[in-house]
Design a protein around this ligand. Structure first.
Ligand code: NAD
Length: 431
């Protein structure tokens, strides 16, 4: 079966400095699942496109009095299973193909863990590091207003992603609320707790990555306490995943951020590193460690490798040199399909992104539910419910993978696409 996707946008998709086109990766994965599932061609065609794609070009007053036009996006891949859900990315390399792919992956992720959501993604082409706080706030507020045709707690609920955080979600929520005349905390997730955010949301994605890693190594007959780990990316996801892996007993020997990596085969103290990062605005030069390049970091000897930065980091050209036993995908789309084949042949177990980093959207769902009910839960309740939902999805995927004798990624995609296809089928085709 050939792909039924539309032509790829001529605008190059980078997904980070040198990554392959993520939309091609996502379509390739969909095509593979469609073949295995013998998916109805009409449903395949619907899933190979984003249902809605809103592009906005909007003005922002800069601190020097000039006006600059920024471009932003909000795409809905599918809303067959519920309101659209997905992050907002503020980065210079944001582009349509990246947003499309990330929206599609959100559809699969929500279906795998059984959340009543469709998939969305959005972003603004900008470099938050080169904007003042005032510029960032004005950009966020104007972008939030521009997205008003799409977002609401019933229609589309944005969340943080690369370059965005609770502060940006708070400005987004405040702008929406000001325009509508009353407070609507449930219009975003990842809000600060003071205005309707959930306990445990900041740590949720990294916590999920660490849980999936622990369950996986146990299934392989290894204890996490006997494992070494390397983590690429030390932001929201990577820093929490690394800290929790260390708390579960793993020795974290290598870590990197966009500025490069650090390595110590005896282990690196994650709490001390986080404090150092806040003081020094990066992790380079952390005492007792050796500098290592980002490419070399991925190839360090370790039991568990956690890519938690951007897409397309593990490709055909480096997959053969990875030395890990388990690849736990904290980032979205860190592994290209051709690298997947190499990892499979080499017997490396890949915990696919759509399961491994689903802890974030699970606790986002809890946040939305709490906001709608105005009834808030304690952190241990949030964490316990997260463990249950993620654990159930994890067990179901391993079972499917065992029964069908297929890698976890294929099992995950098949399960998700089957669920979304079922929703499309029972809803029927309007009109
Ligand atoms: P973040 O902005 O908090 O952190 C990103 C980190 O990656 C930073 O440390 C940055 O320096 C580093 N980085 C960027 N480019 C790099 C490169 N080329 N090499 C090495 N390091 C690099 O972002 P985040 O929220 O932690 O998101 C990281 C990944 O996890 C993304 O793929 C995102 O889509 C995914 N994700 C995030 C969440 C969430 O809840 N935040 C949920 C699911 C998936």
């Amino acid at each position: 079966m050939t792909s039924v996707a539309p032509p790829i946008s001529p605008r190059a998709a980078t997904g980070g400095p040198s990554a392959p086109n993520p939309w091609r990766m996502a379509l390739h994965q969909l095509d593979g699942a469609a073949r295995r599932l013998q998916l109805d061609p009409g449903i395949h065609a619907r899933l190979a496109n984003c249902q809605r794609e809103l592009t906005v070009n909007f003005p922002v007053k800069m601190d020097d009095g000039s006006v600059r036009i920024f471009t932003g996006y909000r795409f809905h891949h599918s809303i067959a299973r519920g309101p659209a859900k997905g992050g907002l990315r503020f980065a210079p390399y944001v582009n349509v193909d990246e947003v499309r792919a990330l929206a599609m992956w959100m559809t699969w992720k929500c279906a795998i863990v059984g959340l009543p959501y469709g998939g969305a993604k959005g972003g603004v082409i900008c470099d938050p590091k080169h904007l003042s706080l005032g510029e960032l706030e004005r950009l966020t507020r104007r972008f939030a207003s521009e997205l008003s045709p799409l977002v609401s707690p019933e229609k589309d609920i944005p969340a943080p992603d690369i370059g965005t955080d609770g502060r940006i979600m708070a400005w987004f929520m405040d702008t929406y609320s000001m325009n509508i005349g009353h407070s609507v905390p449930g219009v975003v997730t990842g809000n600060p707790v003071a205005i309707g955010g959930s306990e445990g949301r900041i740590e949720a994605t990294g916590r999920g990555v660490a849980l999936c890693t622990r369950w996986t190594v146990e299934r392989l007959g290894i204890q996490l306490g006997d494992c070494t780990a390397v983590v690429q990316g030390f932001g929201n996801v990577g820093s929490v995943a690394a800290r929790m892996l260390q708390e579960y007993g793993a020795k974290v020997v290598g870590v990197s951020d966009v500025g490069g990596g650090i390595y110590n085969p005896k282990g690196i103290d994650m709490r001390a590193l986080r404090m150092y990062q806040q003081e020094h605005n990066g992790i380079a030069g952390f005492p007792g460690t050796k500098a290592v390049g980002n490419d070399a970091l991925l190839e360090l000897p370790c039991d568990v490798l956690v890519p938690a930065a951007v897409e397309g980091q593990i490709r055909a050209d480096n997959a053969g040199r990875l030395q890990c036993k388990v690849l736990a995908e904290g980032a979205n789309g860190p592994t290209t399909p051709d690298a997947d084949v190499i990892l499979r042949e080499r017997g490396i177990t890949v915990i696919p992104d759509v399961l491994c980093n689903a802890g974030g959207v699970i606790v986002s769902y809890f946040e939305w539910v709490q906001d709608l009910q105005q009834f808030f839960w304690a952190e241990d309740e949030v964490n316990e419910r997260l463990r249950k939902i993620l654990g159930r999805a994890f067990d179901a995927l391993w079972e499917r993978s065992d029964v069908a004798d297929q890698p976890l990624r294929d099992a995950a995609l098949d399960l998700a696409i089957q669920r979304v296809a079922e929703a499309l089928t029972v809803r029927g085709l309007y009109p």
